[in-house]
Structures are given as C-alpha cells and as structure tokens.
Design a protein around this ligand. Structure first.
Ligand code: LFR
Length: 485
C-alpha cells in the first residue's frame, strides 16, 4: 500500500506524518502515523519577529528519514509568510513572522493609496495586517523571488519553484476573477510582481526529490514532491468529512477559521465589514471564512504561566475550567491587544477590568474565560455566515487540534445551538495526503471522491447542544464594539 509523507508546519509545532493509503479502490482510507514532531515559535531579534525556518528544515529532514519509503511528499503550513531568495537560489533573509509589527504600519500606508473596499473587491481577501501584500509593501531586503513557506520547503526538496494556488490566494495579491496575480493592484501599491512566478495548480507534481535530499533522508530518488493544498486551512477543509447536509467548518488550532465551502465568493460590503475573506479551496472552490483568534489565547497563557514557573497540565486545566461558572467574563478574542506574543493572562485581566466584568484570577478562571469567549466568537461567526450567505448552517464540523478540546467542542455546540461533529484532529495532514493521492492518480479527481476517503478515514465525535441560547446571544452583544469602556 502506498505511503505518503505529509509535512505540516504550524505556528507552534511542525510534524511529519506518514500517511498510508489502505483498502481496495472502492473502500480506500488513509491511516496517519506521526513520524516526527518538532517545536516552532516566532523568535524576537532586535524587535523583529522571525521564524526559525532552518530549524524547521532540520526537523523535516529528520521526519522524512523516519517515514522511510514514501512515494511522495507534500508540504503545508500557515499562510501569508514567505522566504526571499536571491539570484543564486539561496535564502537572502530569514522569513519574518506574520505577527511582526511591520504589517500594521504597511497596511496603514497601503490603505492611503488603495481603499479596503478596493482591495476586497479585487482579491476577495479581508485586509488584515499580516497579508503578504502588506508584508511585501514593507519589505526592505533585495531579492529575486519570494516563495511562500511551503513553496520554499518544496523548492529545497525538489529544486522546483512553485506558487501553489490555495496559499497564493491568501496573499491579498491574487485577482479574484482570474486566479492570477493582479498586475493592476501590484502596480498601484508598487510591488514588484517579478518576485512571484506563475500560480501553480493545486496537486501539481513538482518532480523528484533532489539527490542531496534523498541522501540526507534515505528516501528513494524517485520520491515525488507534490504541490499539495499547501495552505494548512485549505488542506484541513479538503479533509472535512462533510456528508451532504448544510454544514460549516471550524478549522481550530492557533486560529479558529470559521467558514463554509462555496462555489462563488461573497464580496459584499457587509462581508468586508464582518471580517470575512474568500480563499481558494483545493478544487478551485471558495473558502468563505472568518479568522477568529483561536487557541492562540490559551497557548500563550500556558506559555506565560510556565515562564512564571507554574507547572501547567493542559488536561487538568481544562477540567478545572469546565467547572467554573459559565460566561462570567468574556473577551473579544479578535481584539488587537491579543494578537502579539506576550503575557496573555495579564491582557485578559486588563480587558475584563476595563469592561467592568469580574477579573479572572486563577489559571482555571482565565482558561474558562478563553473557552467561553471562543465559543461566543464561534457563535458570532456562524451567525454572520448565515446572514452573509443566506444559507442556514445546521451542523458544525470542528477539525484540527481543537477537535480534541472536548470543553471547546461542547461549548461551541451550546453557544451555537448546533450539533458539533469533532474530528479529524489531523485534518490538515489528512487533506495534505488526500490531495497528494489524487495527484498520483490513487484517488479519483474532485471533491466528492476525496470526501468519500476522508469520511472512511475518520469517525467524528458528536456533541449535542445543551441549555438555553439566550445567555450566549447576550454574550455576543457584550463583544460588540460599543461595550462599556
Ligand atoms: C492557520 C492560518 C490561517 C491564516 C493564518 C496566518 O494556521 O494558516 O488560515 O490566516 O494561519 O497565516
């Protein structure tokens, strides 16, 4: 049976997963096994936040060595960030993290030239400070080309440069109508489109691994590198076990991406106002979604407590948080003050004090506040989705690491009044592998064939909504900008 390597890079860790395609052609499924996991964290040097991309590369090579005999490799990662390479093909600067402050300043400058409404109309992408378009506008290093993170790793693996479509669609530079780079927009902003090559179709086979990679990993020289759905969220959405009902997804990890899969984008003024974006799916579908700051708030809180010397066990913390009174205090997870790395519990306390709410003191109280707030933000996003698309949402699939957070899944069911189907937790790696299998002709093309295999590969857990809706509805109102100052 075929073995595929899915390299999945997240903001807090990277993994290499061995994905084994098993079963006969009528009942295929994918079984995932972790080959390696390595930490990832933005590193602050002289006030600039970088990614340690070379550390990631070492972890990837080790992981590939552990997988052994893969027929193909696909790489996905978080979106928008890139590495710059020079004429000699070498990295000219370390990739900067999307949470670096340069994006916000550049966004403000760009908006003086091109309005948010024009940017949204041209690209369908919500103008957010971290978009590639603003990062490139802030770029000072001279380079020949910019490769988005998975494309950079793909280049190091295969020697072939690509600009894979799902991730390219997050940059804020793709023309929504044509799916190609927008020359008009780049001209208006003053971005050199020479940095970017032709958009690469999702599922293109780039070619075999370089000899040096085969040597370093023990992979066969014939191992193919595939431009899978390289945006992690696109990969995760490609693996949601939809079964035909009216369903939304929440791809829940560092971020909660709350959205639906559609044929057509939604570019109304209301969609722009409500923070929604239109990104491309694996089959050219539209991922209409909103970024909600997700488990980032919890992860950063845990980091802060550990830095203060507290021993924090996540399972125990969430069990204690489940016992705290619900909706005691809620914060808007999307408030800009929570976006930077730092002392999250202190910021949460300050927010609660400013808004006249009880101030959470213990780690369990802070965690309860974060879980409640995320569930409330999920409710707000699902409500907006229905209003903006005109389509009801009956069930919600939670996929990604957050699918293992039983408290968050239950609270999301309670807050939205919808059935939550949780899992797969490895949706990103599964989607990455599914698209590779399609590229190799092992699964028939198209979303329907892929979803059949996705459903056979995962059995979601079901959470029924409990209790009254009204408290969650008023909690959404408490998040609105007009909250008590
Ligand atoms: C999730 C994700 C989101 C993107 C954010 C920043 O990991 O890829 O989809 O908006 O990270 O890149």
């Amino acid at each position: 049976m075929t073995l595929l390597a899915a390299v999945d890079l997240g903001a807090t860790s990277g993994r290499v997963m061995a994905a084994r395609l098993t079963g006969d052609r009528t009942a295929l499924r994918i079984v995932l096994k972790q080959a390696a996991r390595f930490p990832n964290r933005a590193v602050n040097v002289r006030g600039r936040l970088y990614w340690d991309v070379l550390g990631l590369w070492s972890g990837i090579l080790e992981g590939l060595r552990a997988v052994g005999d893969a027929s193909a490799i696909g790489v996905d990662s978080w979106a928008v960030d890139y590495g710059l390479i020079g004429a000699d093909g070498h990295l000219v600067a370390n990739p900067v993290c999307y949470r670096d402050a340069r994006g916000a300043a550049a966004k403000a400058r760009v908006l003086e030239e091109v309005s948010a409404a024009d940017l949204f109309a041209a690209t369908g992408v919500q103008p957010q400070p971290f978009n590639t378009v603003f990062q490139l506008a802030a770029e000072t290093a001279a380079a020949q080309q910019a490769l988005l993170i998975p494309d950079l790793i793909g280049f190091w693996l295969s020697g072939v440069r690509a600009w894979e479509a799902t991730n390219a669609s997050t940059t804020g530079l793709l023309d929504l109508a044509t799916g190609e780079w927008s020359v008009a927009l780049a001209d208006r902003i003053g971005i050199d489109l020479g940095l970017l090559g032709p958009v690469t179709a999702t599922g293109s086979v780039l070619g075999p691994v370089l000899a040096e990679v085969a040597e370093a990993t023990g992979l066969a020289a014939s191992t193919q590198v595939v431009a899978t759905a390289s945006h992690d969220t696109a990969a995760a959405v490609a693996a949601v076990p939809f079964d035909g009902g009216r369903a939304a997804y929440i791809s829940c990890g560092t971020w909660s991406l709350v959205g639906v899969e559609r044929e057509q984008p939604v570019t109304s003024a209301a969609a722009l106002e409500a923070g929604f974006t239109n990104e491309r799916g694996a089959d050219g579908s539209v991922r209409f979604l909103r970024n909600v700051a997700g488990l980032w708030l919890l992860n950063e809180s845990v980091n802060a407590w550990r830095a203060q010397g507290l021993a924090v066990d996540l399972g125990g913390l969430l069990a204690e948080a489940a016992a705290v009174e619900r909706l005691r205090s809620v914060v808007d997870p999307d408030d800009a003050r929570f976006a930077d790395p730092g002392d999250m519990p202190a910021r949460i306390r300050a927010y609660c004090a400013e808004t006249g709410q009880p101030v959470p003191r213990t780690p369990a109280e802070v965690a309860a506040c974060v879980m409640d707030s995320l569930a409330v933000a999920h409710r707000r996003a699902v409500g907006a989705l229905e209003a903006l698309t005109g389509d009801p949402v009956e069930t919600i699939h939670i996929v990604g690491g957050g699918a293992n957070n039983a408290l968050l899944c239950q609270l999301t069911a309670d807050a939205t009044g919808r059935i939550v189907l949780a899992g797969p937790d490895e949706a990103t790696a599964l989607g990455n592998a599914l698209v590779q299998a399609q590229a190799l002709g092992l699964i028939a093309p198209g979303a329907a064939a892929r979803r059949t295999v996705a459903r056979a590969s995962a059995r979601p857990r079901r959470y029924e909504p409990r209790g009254a809706q009204a408290p969650w509805g008023s909690a959404v109102a408490r998040l609105q900008p007009a909250r008590v100052a």
